[in-house]
Write a protein that binds this ligand. Structure first.
Ligand code: DAH
Length: 345
């Protein structure tokens, strides 16, 4: 009996000291299995030792072991709460966030100069009441040429080197094709702007096989070349600055009669002459004219009652002029060093 009682008080001491020295929940639960609750725990072992006692001693000893177990469980529960608290504090410490540290700068992207200019042009024309019409990039010969008064064998076809997909279908060479679609499906008054990609077999510093154009078309009663001139004056002042003037030069396009080439006074030197305007004071920006009567008639519009003007411009050309880019490839090359420099809203 006396040795078992000794064991009991030794075990109590071991549990008391042991619990104090534990460092983690894992150690705590291992300790519990080893000493308090597991089938092979020290307390269970002590309990089995009871068999060796005289029957009259067993009840008293059993009670003592049970008391030890209740006490040990209580110690364990207290320690468990304490351990959770400690571990939570340690986690708080580990995951502490310093809210005063400045955030790492996030690089902000910017619009491609082509998109920038396209958006500006659309904004300006939408502000003047133009509706947007986006045609298809694959056209047939009729819409791209014939209906625009450029039948087969017409010398003006040589002005545009065309990518043919078949004898009938082609990649549109000009957004002018959209004029025909619009006039076939709408009756005057018509006021549309048609932006889109066009394709030509052409490749040098100022030409790319794929580029973007904007086409404008206005058809109503009594539309004349002076309406075109008035609209262009407003347009160029918005895009190139208030001082900018326009000049019309005679030209030729099959779908307009008369046809003009439109120049703006050089916005770089104000007209005095510089490298941008090649010392002429003027820069060509677009082609335009009064819609050829034949084109109106091809679309079933009465050319005695209605007249119109049309214009077409290259978006990359405007972007290059505006941002001083001298090779169109810089716009298609995706070189961030170039594209990042052009960063206006
Ligand atoms: N389509 C012509 C081109 O690609 C540009 C053009 C000139 C469009 C005169 C027009 C216009 O609408 O009237 O070169």
């Amino acid at each position: 009996m006396s040795s078992l009682s000794e064991n009991l008080s030794t075990l109590k001491g071991q549990i008391e000291d042991g619990l104090k020295n534990l460092q983690s929940s894992k150690e705590l639960y291992d300790f519990k299995n080893l000493f308090i609750e597991g089938k092979k725990s020290k307390i269970s072992e002590l309990m089995s030792g009871m068999k060796s006692l005289a029957p009259e001693e067993r009840a008293g000893f059993g009670k003592s072991v049970n008391e030890l177990k209740v006490w040990a469980q209580e110690q364990f529960t207290n320690m468990e709460a304490e351990m959770k608290k400690r571990e939570l504090m340690a986690r708080y410490e580990r995951e502490k966030i310093d809210l005063t540290i400045p955030a790492a700068p996030q690089p902000i992207g910017n619009l491609h100069p082509d998109t920038l200019v396209k958006n500006q042009l659309i904004d300006i024309f939408a502000g003047m009441g133009f509706e947007i019409y986006e045609g298809a990039e694959i056209e047939n010969d009729y819409y791209n040429f014939t209906a625009l008064n450029t039948p087969k064998d017409h010398p003006a076809r040589d002005m545009q080197d065309t990518f043919y997909l078949s004898p009938e279908f082609l990649l549109r060479t000009q957004t002018s094709a959209g004029q025909i679609h619009v006039m076939e499906s709408q009756k005057p008054p018509i006021k549309i702007l048609s932006p889109g990609k066009v394709f030509r077999s052409d490749d040098d510093a100022t030409h790319s096989p794929m580029f973007s154009q904007m086409e404008g078309l206005v058809v109503d009663e009594n539309i004349t070349l002076s309406d075109l001139k008035g609209m262009l004056d407003m347009f160029v002042q918005k895009i190139f600055g208030k001082e900018t003037k326009t000049r019309l030069r005679p030209s030729y396009f099959p779908f307009t009669e008369p046809s003009v080439e439109v120049d703006v006074s050089c916005f770089e030197c104000g007209g005095k002459g510089c490298s941008l305007c090649k010392h002429t004071g003027w820069i060509e920006i677009l082609g335009a004219g009064v819609v050829n009567k034949k084109v109106l008639e091809n679309c079933g519009i009465d050319s005695e009652k209605y007249s119109g003007f049309a214009f077409g411009m290259g978006v990359e050309r405007i972007a290059m002029l505006k941002y001083g880019i001298n090779n169109i490839k810089a716009l298609f090359g995706s070189d961030m060093r170039v594209l990042k420099q052009i960063n206006e809203k």
